[in-house]
Design a protein around this ligand. Sequence first.
Ligand SMILES: Nc1nc2c(ncn2[C@@H]2O[C@H](COP(=O)(O)OP(=O)(O)O)[C@@H](O)[C@H]2O)c(=O)[nH]1
Ligand SMILES: [Mg+2]
Length: 199
Amino acid sequence: MNTSYITSAQKANQLPQFEWGEVAFIGRSNCGKSSLLNTLLERKNLARSSSTPGRTQMINFFKVSPQKEQALIFADLPGYGFNVASKDVRKNWDELMGAYVERSSILEFICLLDCRRSPDDFELDYWRFLGEKVPILLVLTKIDKVSQKECSTKTKKVTEVLEANGIAFKGIYPISNLKKTGVKKLRDTLYSHLPQGEE
Ligand SMILES: Nc1nc2c(ncn2[C@@H]2O[C@H](COP(=O)(O)OP(=O)(O)O)[C@@H](O)[C@H]2O)c(=O)[nH]1
Ligand SMILES: [Mg+2]
């Protein structure tokens, strides 16, 4: 498998065009987004972990090519929920994301949630908004931090919350970056967008 960093966009007019479909990853800072991207990209630190939340807001683009002449773009979207961010940072996020989500190349929105948290109103509203474009895929992260029982209870609960809020979703994927639990299933789902015949 071939993976590489392509480019970053800080402003709407810097968004690149690709000939490949895109899978977009979004979540609150510290939810484990960079760790998941590194796991999926099979690279230690391609998506840099733990930048200070609320500072540089940018979209990072990666290309994943499991086989020649096949590729998928992974877009690492800027984290939301900036208690520490200024109005300007917030405005920039709105503009950048507003332009990004309209891209017709988006195949899937992967929305991440730390399994110890519950989605807040902002997340529910944003997930609903995204789900109206393309049904979202919810990833519950850091499940090594809770028992199996707690994990399945949480998965059920989040399913109910999504349904109650009218959010269009394709599935819930509990994962651990630390133990790599659930990663294969998620990866297979993402790669199902690629033409058949790959291995
Ligand atoms: N226990 C555990 N910790 C994780 C997991 N994924 C990420 N982390 C930790 O959570 C923190 C934030 O992770 P990071 O990937 O930088 O989150 P991001 O801000 O969403 O990009 C780091 O200290 C990671 O080591 C996981 O699956 N299990
Ligand atoms: Mg990060």
